[in-house]
Design a protein around this ligand. Structure first.
Ligand code: AMP
Ligand code: MG
Length: 471
């Protein structure tokens, strides 16, 4: 009797025309060993964790074996990087093994990141090292635990091969799971080639997969705009800076993708920029809604050839993009109102929230702890007047603010200095800090009395001022 394949693949993207991707051979690695596995996610995907832990599983997760049913491909896309147009990017260090229909009937991509060169690698080696792989593993899973739509991490494997980043670092492969890896840049790729037939096929594929209710490219555009407005507002409600919001790093599904130079703020400052390559602060904390709207305008542009009469199409697409700001502002108000315990915000609550944020900024206070402190009614010294107004406002509602605030203000975020320390230990072969940080970040809204030190700000020596794409 033929045995059931260990991974139940069903690969819809690989059934699209050949110009959407390149079939991909995988480059073997010397000595793969499993660093961390996400058992819960494996279960969701109907893959046995024990199989993934075994030799066949580890060979699959490192690219040494192609499991039954996989059709490895690297996807073609283009993109605007820091505003500059790049007509061909594509998966330069990632390979889509295939798709799985999960326990909830959702189609999910399973991708190896760091698995070797592809036709899209340009000058790169197609590899990743352990640091960025574990960083993405930890931060993406923390985002999920916070309730933010995101790509997920199924596993990290060390390859046994060095990766040259000026000096040798231990190589690694991340297995990333996503609703899909289709990006704004995927639409731009075909639009720039004036390949309207491919655009139409892509549009139909995406509607079926992510927006089954959409009846037209314009509906699709509206759908993506509303998911991105919700997403960016959520990022900001947790002090998250994505860092590299290029159009190739914005998904059509509305999931956060590409954890390169991202970081959660410690001290609150609206201009916070981490990325070492973001010299203009284009993707700084408070610029994120504008960056998202800019990217969505590029999506709108790419969809125009599918939208019939061009004068009308431009009018409709412009109206859709103009709606982004209002949607973002509404999400922002709701999320931040919950953070200060207000269930149903009024327009003037925006002022109350802004005064609190200004107070945090002037007091050089920590964003996460500043909000979490409100559960105990604690505010920085410079906010005592604000506190009186806030409490008067809370007295006007009959809802208990505690439950709202507890669910909106995490005690634990992946603080940069903790992530860096975890990586430092992992390079030495010590994965205990990785296990510990994953355990803590799985329950970010719980008080965890044995993990209080993970709420602390970095000392001057521990402060991480810059983050790197450095994969
Ligand atoms: P990112 O800035 O991470 O979104 O990557 C931008 C582009 O560079 C994508 O096409 C990546 O696939 C490619 N890329 C990044 N790192 C590497 C690498 N080590 N080898 C090959 N391509 C890479
Ligand atoms: Mg990218």
């Amino acid at each position: 009797m033929p045995s059931k394949p260990p991974i139940p693949f069903d690969n819809s993207y690989a059934r699209l025309p050949g110009r959407f991707y390149s079939p991909q051979d995988l480059t073997p690695v010397s000595a793969p060993s499993l660093v961390i596995l996400n058992d819960t996610l494996a279960g969701e995907l109907k893959i046995a964790p024990d199989w993934l832990r075994g030799p066949d599983g580890v060979n699959t997760l490192s690219g040494n074996d192609i499991p039954a049913g996989a059709t490895p491909i690297s996807q073609a896309y283009a993109g605007h990087q820091f505003g500059g147009w790049v007509p061909q990017l594509g998966d330069g260090r990632a390979v889509l093994l295939g798709e799985v229909i999960d326990k909830n009937g959702q189609r999910r991509d399973m991708t190896l990141k760091g698995s070797g060169r592809t036709p899209y690698s340009r000058g790169g080696d197609g590899r990743a090292w352990l640091g960025p792989v574990l960083r993405e593993y930890v931060v993406s899973e923390a985002m999920h635990a916070l309730g933010v739509p995101t790509t997920r991490a199924l596993a990290a494997v060390a390859t046994g091969d060095p990766v040259d980043r000026g000096e040798p670092f231990p190589g690694a492969v991340l297995t990333r799971v996503a609703a899909s890896h289709i990006r704004v840049g995927t639409f731009q790729y075909f639009a720039a080639k004036q390949d309207t037939e491919a655009l139409k096929i892509l549009c139909d594929h995406v509607i079926k997969r992510h927006y089954p209710g959409a009846k037209s490219p314009l509906d699709l555009l509206y759908g993506v705009i509303s998911r991105q407005a919700a997403l960016v507002a959520k990022w900001m409600s947790f002090g998250f800076v994505h860092g590299v919001m290029n159009t190739d790093n914005m998904t059509i599904s509305g999931e956060t993708i590409d954890y390169g130079p991202c970081a959660f703020m410690d001290q609150y400052h609206p201009g916070t920029v981490f990325s070492s390559i973001d010299h203009q602060g284009r993707y700084g904390f408070s610029n994120q809604p504008a960056a998202a709207a800019w990217n969505l305008a590029q999506l709108a542009n790419s969809l125009l050839p599918l939208m019939g009469d061009q004068d009308a199409a431009i009018r409709h697409a412009t109206a859709a993009i103009d709606g982004f700001t209002q949607q973002f502002d509404d999400h922002w108000l709701t999320l931040f109102a919950h953070k200060i315990g207000i269930a149903s915000p009024r327009d003037d609550d925006r002022q109350l929230i802004k005064r609190f944020l200004d107070g945090l900024e002037q007091g050089e206070a920590d964003f996460t702890n500043g909000f979490r402190g409100l559960l105990q009614g604690d505010v920085p010294d410079n906010l005592t007047d604000w506190k009186a107004d806030w409490q008067a406002r809370l007295a006007e509602q009959d809802r208990d603010p505690q439950t709202l605030m507890r669910a909106a203000n995490p005690a634990y975020i992946p603080r940069n200095h903790r992530v860096e320390a975890m990586i430092g230990a992992a390079i030495q072969g010590d994965f205990a800090p990785l296990e510990r940080i994953m355990g803590i970040l799985a329950q970010p809204f719980d008080d965890q009395p044995d993990a209080l030190e993970f709420r602390n700000l970095p000392t001057v020596n521990e402060m991480v001022l810059q983050t790197y794409c450095g994969t």
